[in-house]
Structure formats: C-alpha cells, structure tokens
Design a protein around this ligand. Structure first.
Ligand code: SAH
Length: 242
C-alpha cells in the first residue's frame, strides 16, 4: 500500500533523485515535494536512475499544509529527539505498521526535512508523531535519501516483502531416502574398515547430521548413493572380500 513520501524544501536535487530510487526499490510510488530548491533537474534524474517515473509523477506544492491537507496519519522524521515538547517517538519498525493501518481509511504520510536543519516546529505542528532512526550519538544525521530508504524498507517488510525467498528447484528428499543413505554409508564404512577414533561409535550419527543439515534433494541423495555404490563395485572388481 502506498504511503505519501513528502520531502520539504530539499536543497540538493540529487537527493530528490536518490530518494525516488530508494522508494521505487521498496514499491513506494507517491512522492510529493514541498518548495524544492530546484526541480525538475538533470541531477535528480541522474540519481533516480530507473525511478524517473516517480519524478515525472511527483507532486510539487508550496507548503507542507497543502501536502498533508487530505491526510489522516502524518509522521515527521528527525535526526534529533526534540525535548521542548513531549512527543511520541517511533522507530521505523514501529511506524511502518501504523502508517499501513491508517492508510486503509485515508492517505498517510511520512515527512522529511531539509538537509541542514530538518523539519521546523511549524512543520511538526502538522504531524501526529515523530520517527527517529537510531544512530550513533556522535553523528545521528543520515543523508536524506538514506533516511527515506530505511523507512521505505520497513514499509516493505511490514507488507510481507521480506518473506520472499527463492524457491528450491527440487523438493527435499523424503526421510526414508535419508535413512537408506545412512545405512548404505554404514555398509561402505564397514567394508573399507573406516573408523575415525575421535568420532567413535557416533560416526554414522554424525554423518547423518551432516546429511540433515545439507537438506538434500532426491537428486543429491542419488549422487551420494552412486558414489557409495561405485566404491563397492570397485572393491569387488579389485577382488577384495565384500
Ligand atoms: N539536523 C537535521 C538533519 C537533517 S537531515 C535534523 O535535526 O533533522 C535531513 C532529513 O533526513 C531530516 O529532516 C530527516 O527527515 C531525515 N533524517 C536524517 N537522519 C535521520 C534520523 N536519524 N532519523 C530520522 N530521520 C532522519
């Protein structure tokens, strides 16, 4: 679900482009710019790379009040934890599900400040809460587009994006096949009189644990069984007692 990303008074057009790219990599598409110093700009397009469609669709307005007029939940972001007024402070991970829940009934927004000074108190008057990205106390001020990236990433994770994993090519071998592999390995170890003194009587169990951790598929079990069969065949051909 799309959250409105509002950049207030951005000085460097490169940051606008980099923010658009950060958003697109996380499936966010709604970029609003409040009184940007320079936009459109070649520098913004260059840093947006494949996300220039977000720049083309970006809404440019004169004030933050216009950008949030129709919004329900609005969260401001800040590198500083303001102490003058009590203010609920959220981590990006806490903010993401709240924004998504609020988005179900009305547009929801994240607001990012200008590079040097961040959001003003007047800007925060239009917000419901503050999101702070934890950073080292010596220097807590992230680059604007990197702050956008972290918030967009948390939104992506909160919508289940993180759970996407490459699928296995083949299903895991059934347990009965692993048992046959273990038995076969035991036979070959006995035939070649292999005994590792440190592993002792648990050698076979240890091997079975290795096979288990490897999460073998049927094809891989067949390869290992083939190796074991080849060892036995060669010994027979060489005339060793079975
Ligand atoms: N001194 C300013 C830093 C501005 S950095 C301040 O106090 O906020 C430009 C913007 O990047 C900030 O307005 C905020 O939107 C975002 N940002 C940078 N570091 C951040 C952090 N640690 N947590 C949350 N937002 C951050």
């Amino acid at each position: 679900m799309s959250i409105r990303f509002i950049l207030v008074a951005t000085r460097h057009p490169g940051n606008i482009g980099a923010a658009a790219r950060a958003m697109k990599t996380m499936g966010q598409a709604e970029l609003w710019l409040v009184a940007p110093a320079a936009f459109p700009s070649a520098e913004a397009s260059a840093l947006a790379s494949g996300a220039d469609d977000l720049l083309a669709r970006a809404r440019v307005v004169g004030t933050l009040a216009e950008a949030v007029a129709d919004c329900g939940l609005v969260l401001g972001t800040s590198a500083r934890l303001r102490s003058e007024y009590y203010w609920p402070v959220l981590t990006p991970r806490e903010a993401a599900p709240r924004l998504l829940a609020a988005r179900a009934s009305a547009p929801a927004a994240l607001v990012f400040g200008t590079e040097r000074t961040g959001l003003s108190n007047a800007d925060f008057d239009l917000c419901h809460g503050l999101v702070h990205i934890a950073a080292h106390p010596d220097y807590e001020s992230l680059n604007l587009a990197q702050a956008v990236q972290i918030l967009a990433y948390e939104l992506y994770c909160a919508t289940g994006g993180e759970a996407r994993r490459p699928r296995r090519g083949a299903p895991l071998a059934p347990v009965a096949e692993l048992q046959r592999l273990r038995t076969h390995a035991g036979e070959v170890l006995a035939e070649i009189r292999f005994a590792d003194r440190r592993a002792g009587p648990h050698l076979l169990r240890r091997l079975a644990r290795i096979f288990g951790r490897a999460e073998l598929d049927q094809h891989e079990v067949n390869i290992l069984r083939g190796v074991l069969t080849a060892v036995q065949a060669r010994r027979r051909r060489a005339g060793s007692p079975p």
